[in-house]
Design a binder for this molecule. Structure first.
Ligand code: PGA
Length: 257
């Protein structure tokens, strides 16, 4: 099974989110083999998009979450609030939050813990900067991010965690990482996860790729066994592009069945 995640970021309002969700679901109609689909609208659109995705094949994800349960945390959204809205997935550790909002590995770890306590599926983003890749430090950087974010975490089921490998320099630049580099990093991340989570050893933990995924490169990424799916930003708010990405996933699934 392949997983496609749409991260709409702060790009669409409520009305556009509803239209996007409707259009996205139409693509799945009539298909026998479809990927797991998670749409992540901005917080303000979650409840309206929920009305579209309820009883559909798509799951609802949030783009962030507080590690606190409740209280005086102006502007924050708790895991219970997300649960109340029918949210099943949450993106944590996105590089935009790490870089622009100064989220640390320690903060991300607290969020991962809380999300798992609430049975939310964590989409954990990791990835190196251009400078770190050029210096040959990408493996160490990503391993460090993984181990810090997952410190003390016990996985109940392998499907409660999705890791998204998102090299920072590939996000929103139109310049995706090369397939051989992606394969190398996915294999590496899977080995770190297998070592870390002996309790679910033998069960494949999913690693997705994110960073300038579009209609052009989706098929060549998704056909790789070690790529369990894609996390799509910019192209997920362009309905035609995103529909082609979903179709690419359907074709891969049909070819591999
Ligand atoms: P992009 O974003 O597809 O626009 O590169 C991916 C992401 O930030 O998750």
């Amino acid at each position: 099974m392949k997983t496609i995640i749409a991260n709409w970021k702060m790009n669409v309002g409520v009305r556009e989110s509803v239209a996007l969700a409707r259009g996205t679901l139409l693509t799945l109609r009539g298909r026998k083999l479809v990927p797991e689909l998670v749409v992540c609208p901005p917080f303000v659109a979650l409840s309206e998009v929920r009305k579209v995705t309820a009883r559909s094949h798509a799951a609802l994800g949030a783009q962030n979450m507080s590690w606190e349960a409740q209280g005086a945390f102006t502007g924050e959204i708790s895991p219970r609030m997300l649960e109340e809205l029918g949210v099943s997935h949450v993106i944590l550790g996105h590089s935009e939050r790490r870089l622009l909002l100064l989220e640390t590995d320690e903060m991300i770890n607290k969020k991962v813990q809380k999300a798992m306590d609430h049975d939310l599926v964590v989409i954990l983003c990791v990835g190196e900067s251009k400078q770190q890749r050029d210096a040959g430090d990408h493996r160490e950087v990503v391993k460090h991010q993984l181990l810090q974010a997952l410190e003390g975490i016990r996985l109940k089921h392998a499907d409660k965690l999705l890791v998204a490998y998102e090299p920072v320099w590939a996000i929103g630049t139109g310049q995706s990482a090369e397939v051989p580099d992606i394969l190398e990093m996915h294999t590496f991340i899977k080995s770190v996860l297998t070592e870390r989570f002996r309790e679910v050893a033998g069960t494949a933990l999913k690693v997705l790729y994110g960073g300038s995924v579009d209609a052009e490169n989706a098929y060549s990424l998704l056909r790789e066994t070690v790529v369990d799916g894609v996390l799509v930003g910019g192209a997920s708010v362009k309905l035609n592009q995103f529909n082609e990405i979903i179709q690419a996933a359907c074709e891969v699934l049909e070819a591999q069945s």
